[in-house]
Design a protein around this ligand. Structure first.
Ligand SMILES: Cc1ncc(C[n+]2csc(CCOP(=O)(O)OP(=O)(O)O)c2C)c(N)n1
Length: 617
């Protein structure tokens, strides 16, 4: 689908948000069509969050029509739906490189634009952040509007409710736009969603009543009797507006639901809430994938699409999890599986289809997922909690307090561990070894390939304490060696007469280690698969000859990771050794394919071989 300049005139004229405010309603409608076409054409090449963005085209346009950023501040919850916002704020051309090396982020980024006021990526933060901004504005006697835009999926996160709880009583002036498309990544679930469903059906009603009320408000008022009558009608209409009681009981003014694809309604309602002097929630109903029939029909599939040069057909650890756990659950009735709104991404859809009564999608609330799993475990069941490394950060306290301190047999299946590539800095899975290894009684393991992952899952059945299995999205290769899993034992991939050791964890780093070692002609290097990260293989380390050269490799930050644990242990044992750590920096901001990120970080066999050869001189 090539776009001709003459049929796409408006989008190219939008250089900054002020240009949007100069447009007429028909021009805004045309612009919304142009933006949709542009999104479809661009994102099908770059990859990215297509369906969510198609759903917010009119909403974003109306926000820019009514408000005045950068003075007024938009906070996009999760931030995956901010592509239209990026187009309207001078980044249309840069969208061609979104999520790729040298390109712009797929999420709002304060480093990228003055219109991105708060970095997002993890769900349910926008109301808290917005309230912080609003309180600061008031303390500094400043005057601007703060608008948090949150999806119905993100609203299921507990943090959003903690913020509502605070906001309602504080009476701080800010606007929440609830973008309700009845979908998380998969269909949204739970009591909040049921509640929203009930009020969603009445959207036409709210708009109609609002318009009637506006007309009455504009009538000239003549004489006391007529004033009284009009007051009564006004009040009746106020109460006739479909009421979002739950939000009102929090202390917010609720308005809606309204049609999120009617520019006219959106502009009317946003102009109205703009001038309210209290916290207000505007409930906007949109359709995920709007304008692209296949995405409308299957929004889950189009939530995130692959780039044109990545068909996503690599061997996937996620798929293996779903399939293997389903098979194991056929035999073992105590297995239960838990996801926090990521059944698709974690591969648990298969388990859900086969063992629906033992599958729990708890919505976007990782902390609840973990403590709920602890409850299942203490009652004798065998829970597997599948969560991406980056989102598991949300459950630090629950893992420590509710699982580890009671030594409960909860198994954490930590997907997307290590560098994640296109999603960038907010989604890196490079911290889990650090935040887990400090916890008592947890065992942390990592498979080098799919085959070993299956072996670990099987092995985990009889392991009766907290266990974390970390793995990346795709398996980079299959190894030939597969020795049985033995508690606290590493696997020797390459053994030779030498005092140089590469000790690596995970397939990615092992592969890098092996390729690096091949460059050394004059030195032989032992290659060790550190599949147990906690505990380490103490027998192996105790048997190391003095003056060994050890190179540790991990796709986790240095602090608290494999390398530091090894160094600490050897120091404690008074060993003489030389050690070099290959690990991730504290923040990986490079966006791109994993190989490209590794290259930028200097993690190539050529570069590493040079470093290692300096080290062993
Ligand atoms: C804490 C956390 N857990 C999980 C995710 C993964 N995730 C990204 S978008 C999304 C669904 C969001 O749904 P909603 O807020 O309704 O936005 P929509 O895409 O439907 O517009 C999820 C679960 C996340 N970003 N943050």
């Amino acid at each position: 689908m090539k776009m001709e300049k003459n049929i796409m005139p408006i989008i190219d004229k939008i250089k900054d948000p002020n240009d949007v405010r100069l447009l007429s309603l028909p021009q805004l409608r045309q612009l919304s069509e142009e933006i949709r076409k542009y999104l479809i054409e661009t994102i099908s090449i770059t990859g990215g969050h297509l369906a969510s963005n198609l759903g917010v085209v009119e909403l974003t346009l109306a926000l820019y029509y009514v408000f005045e950023p950068p003075k007024d501040k938009f906070i996009w919850d999760v931030g995956h739906q901010a592509y239209v916002h990026k187009i309207l704020t001078g980044r249309k051309e840069q969208l061609n490189l979104i999520r790729s090396l040298g390109g712009i982020s797929g999420f709002p980024s304060i480093e990228e634009s003055k219109y991105d006021v708060f970095n997002t990526g993890h769900a349910s933060t926008s109301i808290s952040a917005g309230l912080g901004l609003a309180r600061a504005r008031d303390l500094k006697n400043e005057d601007y509007k703060i608008i948090s835009i949150i999806g119905d999926g993100a609203l299921t996160g507990g943090m959003a409710f903690e913020a509502l709880n605070d906001l309602g009583v504080s009476k701080t002036k800010m606007i929440i736009v609830l973008n309700d498309n009845n979908m998380s990544i998969s269909p949204n679930i739970g009591g909040i969603n049921n509640y929203l469903s009930k009020i969603r059906v009445s959207k036409k009603y709210a708009a109609l009543k609002f318009k009637t009320q506006k007309i009455i408000n504009q009538l000239p008022i003549i004489g006391k009797p007529l004033i009284d009558v009009l007051e009564k009608v006004r009040n009746n209409l106020k109460f006739a507006l479909v009421s979002g009681k739950m939000f009102e009981q929090f202390g917010l003014k609720y308005i809606g639901p309204i049609d999120g694809h009617s520019l006219e309604d959106l502009i009317d309602f946003l102009s109205h809430v703009k001038n309210l002097d209290e916290p207000v929630l505007l409930h906007v109903v949109t359709q995920k994938g709007k304008g692209l029939p296949c995405a409308e029909k299957n929004p889950t599939e189009y939530h995130g699409v692959n780039s044109a040069n990545n068909n996503g057909n690599g061997h996937s650890f996620s798929k293996t999890l779903g399939q293997t756990l389903s098979l194991l659950a056929d035999e073992n009735q105590s297995i239960v599986a838990i996801t926090a709104a990521m059944a698709d991404g974690t591969g648990l859809e298969v388990f859900k289809d086969k063992h629906n009564d033992r599958f729990f999608d708890v919505a976007i609330c990782e902390s609840h997922a973990v403590t709920m799993a602890a409850g299942l475990a203490i009652s004798g069941l065998k829970p597997y909690v599948a969560i991406y490394s980056t989102f598991l950060q949300r459950s630090f306290d629950q893992i420590l307090h509710d699982v580890c301190l009671m030594k409960l047999p909860v198994t954490f299946c930590i997907d997307r561990a290590g560098v994640v590539g296109a999603d960038g800095v907010t989604h890196q899975g490079i911290y889990d070894l650090s935040y887990l290894s400090l916890m008592p009684d947890i065992t942390i393991i990592s498979p080098k390939d799919i085959q070993e992952f299956k072996m670990m899952l099987k092995w985990s059945l009889d392991y009766n304490k907290p266990l974390a299995i970390r793995y990346p999205k795709d398996s980079v290769l299959e190894f030939d060696v597969h020795t049985p899993i033995e508690y606290g034992k590493w696997e020797i991939i390459n053994s030779c007469q030498s005092n140089i050791y590469i000790i690596a964890t995970g397939g990615r780093m092992l592969k890098l280690g092996i390729e690096t070692s091949k460059i050394f002609k004059n030195h032989k290097i032992n290659i060790i698969n550190a599949r147990f990260i906690k505990p380490l293989d103490y027998v192996f380390l105790d048997n190391l000859a003095d003056n060994s050269y050890i190179i540790t490799m991990e796709d986790n930050v240095l602090h608290g990771g494999l390398g530091m644990s090894i160094a600490n242990y050897l120091l404690k044992r008074n060993k003489k050794f030389k050690i070099k750590h290959i690990a991730m920096p504290e923040k990986v901001t490079i966006i791109g394919e994993i190989e490209e990120v590794f290259k930028k970080l200097g993690l190539t066999p050529q570069k590493l071989s040079k470093e290692i050869s300096d080290f062993i001189q």
